[in-house]
Design a protein around this ligand. Structure first.
Ligand SMILES: [Zn+2]
Length: 170
């Protein structure tokens, strides 16, 4: 990844750690994870996330960065100090629309990482990816995916889709 378009993020790392703990007993190798500018991709085909196996890195589209950081800041300012752990919060999504969306994008890329680390296959949305997507879905109390909806797994709530259409998550 180009340094100019990739910025590592402690917020994304903490989300990844939640998922690794909740779904994989913290057994996945910690990736380099951050925001990546993918806006130069062809219109309409811009990916929201990517996993690069050789670099051991996960990138999440920088288009969501400012909204997510603002919502996370608001959440942490109002957080109850004796409230549920981060993992419990992750299991009771949504916390906020943008944070929910980014959790789900990190879940998708973490399933690619797990397919690579645990099964030796990183790309595509076939059976190895399905096995990891099911494992994450079970641990996070999400509906289990099937092979045909893996491209979009894990789907976001209609509320989030509406905000994306309205451009409010950019
Ligand atoms: Zn994918």
């Amino acid at each position: 990844m180009n340094e100019n378009v990739f910025q590592s993020s402690s917020l994304l790392l903490s989300i990844w750690r939640d998922i690794n703990a909740a779904c994989f007993n913290s057994e996945l190798h910690e990736p380099v994870i951050g925001w990546i500018d993918l806006s130069d991709e062809e219109e309409g085909s811009e990916p929201y996330g990517m996993y690069v196996p050789r670099a051991g890195s996960i990138g999440i589209s920088a288009r969501f960065r400012s909204t997510v950081e603002a919502e996370e800041k608001a959440l942490s300012e109002h957080a109850d100090t004796v409230g549920p752990s981060k993992i419990d919060k992750a299991k009771s999504m949504p916390q906020s629309p943008a944070v929910e969306l980014v959790y789900r994008l990190v879940m998708h890329e973490t399933a690619h990482q797990a397919s690579h680390q645990l099964g030796g296959i990183s790309g595509g949305h076939g059976e190895p990816f399905l096995a990891q997507a099911r494992r994450i879905s079970q641990a996070m109390n999400l509906p289990e995916p099937t092979l045909k909806d893996l491209d979009q797994w894990p789907t976001v709530t209609p509320f989030v889709v509406q905000l994306m259409r309205e451009g409010k998550l950019e």
